[in-house]
Design a protein. Structure first.
Length: 202
């Protein structure tokens, strides 16, 4: 299938937010083309998972459309040391990069001819929780938290006032809770009335 770099980045973001049950890392938020500073690394896609355990953290995906692009990537300064992403993956059309080509601790994702992302190497290759956590431990990078803080702060700044948005979302959730409760009450009243009407006919 024919796909552009930007389209593959969009697929990467959707995959980042996929749960482990669907062979994803279960990130709560993800974005493309994330700058890490005024002159820093630009991630093709990065996601953040907050779960209150040592397995919370960030997942970076570097999209490669050709083998030449992949080979040039390892010479970038942030590939030598530092960089963002507790867990890091390359994503490419199937066969462009192979597991034996990977730098230490990097994972690999292939895009199949049908447009599906297939985990080839990394923690997401298993849904067995024990093996999954073992891989998370062994493949974890020390990340540059200052740069990740920059990414998240800049992302929040684009939604105007985050506190206002949070209050609106909370208000809408409360409305939905009230509506659901009212619907359940009405459903119960209708059911009781049908039972009573049936008893009268008998």
């Amino acid at each position: 299938m024919t796909i552009t770099h930007d389209q593959l980045c969009q697929k990467a973001v959707r995959w980042l937010q996929s749960p482990l049950s669907k062979a994803g890392p279960g990130c709560h938020t993800a974005l493309t083309e994330a700058k890490t500073g005024f002159n820093g690394e630009i991630c093709d896609a990065i996601g953040f998972r907050a779960c209150g355990t040592p397995y919370a953290g960030s997942v970076v995906i570097e999209v490669k459309m050709s083998r030449t692009d992949f080979l040039a990537d390892r010479h970038k300064p942030h590939r030598q040391s530092g960089g963002v992403g507790n867990w890091r993956y390359y994503l490419c059309p199937e066969g462009i990069i192979n597991p034996e080509d990977l730098p230490e601790k990097w994972g690999l994702l292939w895009l199949s001819d049908r447009g599906k992302i297939i985990p080839v190497s990394g923690a997401v290759t298993t849904t067995h929780i024990t093996y999954h956590r073992e891989l998370l431990d062994t493949m974890r990078f020390d990340t540059d938290y200052v740069k990740e803080h920059y990414i998240l702060t800049r992302a929040l700044s684009r939604v105007s006032n985050p506190d206002t948005l949070n209050r609106l979302l909370r208000a809408e959730r409360n409305k939905n809770t009230i509506l659901a409760r009212d619907n359940n009450r009405l459903r119960e009243q209708i059911r009781n009335r049908e039972i009573n009407d049936g008893a009268e006919w008998n």
